[in-house]
Design a protein around this ligand. Structure first.
Ligand code: GDP
Length: 303
């Protein structure tokens, strides 16, 4: 488990420990008002974004006033309760004896291909399902090649067409092929050209329609990949993808590479999308189920 591993390896995971920073703040702030302002700054710096940080601090202020709280342990406990009220997780598992399509969404470079390989490894180990990769990012030749490489590396068949072909046709072929070859789970890559938003949205809507009309009772999930190092940009990406196809869950990648982790809080509070997994390295096993409790321990620990 990532969280345990992280404890041994201090180099991994979010390093900005809000708990410690808040404890320090207590030592030097002359008034509660200064404390609230500085706490808000801290939350913004930690990638929670302005409105979310303000909402959290307002709630905290109310609780502190109402219960006349003065000591930092209780304040931290209240802060933890406020943040945890919005943290959601979900287990995404393939249904057995059915065809499952997990559509993997996200802008270029967030770690889609790497995460597809990690998910394949995870589901093979945990569930023993047969998996097919679908190379739906036909816009970039390199994306097709990369998925083929990951397919070889993880021992999974890949359905791909040539560069520039219709991604709708790729997913259609993949579903037909999995049905005839007996794969139970399709992990489908998609294009992520964020700068061409209307094309991206139209393409995703088309793919969504094809999956819905060809799956015949199987499980269909839309998984958005977000890069933890992109901060508030991640929130905007989530808004766009969610509007296009209604995202079921998020996988946050590169958690090992950031000192912050507040994006999860922002997304949960603003968009109400649960986080399923966290990616914390480039290796195939560097993927863990998201645990709100462990996340909060990391974020607010006093050591
Ligand atoms: P894609 O364009 O979305 O398919 O992104 P890739 O899967 O090609 O990943 C982009 C880069 O991010 C690659 O160098 C990956 O090795 C790296 N990467 C992906 N996930 C993680 C992660 O959890 N931690 C770290 N440190 N790097 C990652």
């Amino acid at each position: 488990m990532f969280w345990n591993k992280k404890k041994k390896d201090k180099g991994k995971g979010p390093k900005a420990n809000l708990g410690l920073m808040i404890a320090e703040l207590f030592g030097k702030t002359p008034s509660l008002d200064t404390f609230y302002n500085e706490l808000e700054e801290m939350l913004i710096t930690g990638d929670m974004g302005g409105s979310v940080a303000m909402g959290i601090v307002d709630e905290l202020r109310e609780r502190i006033m109402k219960d006349k709280i003065k000591d930092k342990e209780t304040i931290l406990k209240e802060l933890r309760a406020i943040i945890s009220g919005n943290l959601k997780t979900i287990r995404i598992l393939p249904d057995h004896d059915k065809l499952n399509v997990f559509l993997v969404l996200g802008v270029n470079g967030v770690g889609k291909t790497t995460t597809i390989a990690k998910l394949a490894q995870y589901y093979k180990k945990q569930e023993g399902v047969k998996i097919l990769f679908s190379a739906g990012d036909t816009f970039r030749a390199a994306a097709i090649d990369q998925l083929k490489i990951q397919g070889e590396r993880t021992g999974n068949r890949v359905i791909a067409q040539k560069h520039g072909s219709d991604p709708g046709a790729v997913i259609y072929d993949s579903i037909a092929s999995a049905k005839s070859h007996g794969e139970e789970l399709i992990l489908a890559d998609t294009a992520g050209r964020m700068h061409n938003k209307s094309n991206l949205v139209n393409e995703l809507k088309k793919i969504d329609k094809i999956v819905n009309s060809n799956l015949n009772g199987g499980q269909y999930r839309k998984i958005l990949i977000l890069d933890a190092t992109t901060g508030q940009n991640g929130l905007q990406q989530a808004e766009v993808f969610n509007e296009a196809v209604h995202v079921d869950c998020i996988i946050l990648t590169k958690y090992d590479a950031t000192a912050r982790g507040g994006l999860i809080v922002a997304i949960n509070r603003k968009l109400n999308i649960p986080v399923a997994f966290v990616g914390h390295g480039e290796g195939l096993d560097d993927l863990s189920e998201f645990s709100p409790e462990n996340y909060l321990d990391d974020l607010l620990a006093l050591e």
